[in-house]
Design a protein around this ligand. Structure first.
Ligand code: ATP
Ligand code: MG
Length: 136
């Protein structure tokens, strides 16, 4: 996989969410992603950025356009220095929430994208990478 462009955005407050969503949409449109996949990507991105603000207060997101063979895609990497996730397998279960919320954010996000990876260390933070192919 080759990275064609790389952009980054700091996420410090609720008001950063809409500009971030718009930026993700711009890259999706730029590679010609259809409306259905755009919506899946933006929905996934919104969940992860809301988790970032809720659990880690802030963080940053790298937005990349990537290519592999004939396929182009958008890859997003969410990096925070929050509390970390002690049990990733548990956090990925439908309905699991430490916030008395729906607990559908992470598992729902995974279902919306083509690739999904979490790395997390308690006390250090969390890195979540998602990838949506244009035609995926
Ligand atoms: N960036 C993060 N840092 C630390 N913990 C996290 C982070 N993201 C998720 N978690 C943990 O994983 C759990 C599951 O996350 P998920 O998004 O699936 O559910 P939720 O945020 O609790 O509820 P919902 O997203 O449905 O409102 C959270 O309750 C939280 O404990
Ligand atoms: Mg959530």
């Amino acid at each position: 996989m080759v990275t064609l462009t790389k952009d980054r955005m700091m996420i410090l407050k609720d008001q950063d969410v809409v500009p971030f969503r718009n930026r993700v949409k711009e890259y999706a449109v730029r590679i010609g992603m259809g409306l259905v996949n755009q919506t899946k990507l933006i929905t996934a991105a919104s969940e992860l950025v809301r988790n970032m603000l809720r659990y880690a207060q802030q963080g940053e997101v790298f937005i990349e356009v990537v290519t592999q063979g004939r396929e182009n895609g958008v890859r997003l990497t969410f990096v925070d220095k929050g509390p970390g996730i002690p049990d990733i397998e548990l956090a990925m279960k439908d309905g699991y929430s430490t916030h008395r919320s729906m607990g559908l954010g992470l598992p729902g996000t995974k279902r919306l994208v083509n690739e999904f990876e979490i790395r997390s260390k308690v006390g250090e933070g969390t890195v979540i990478t998602i990838l949506k192919w244009k035609n995926g």
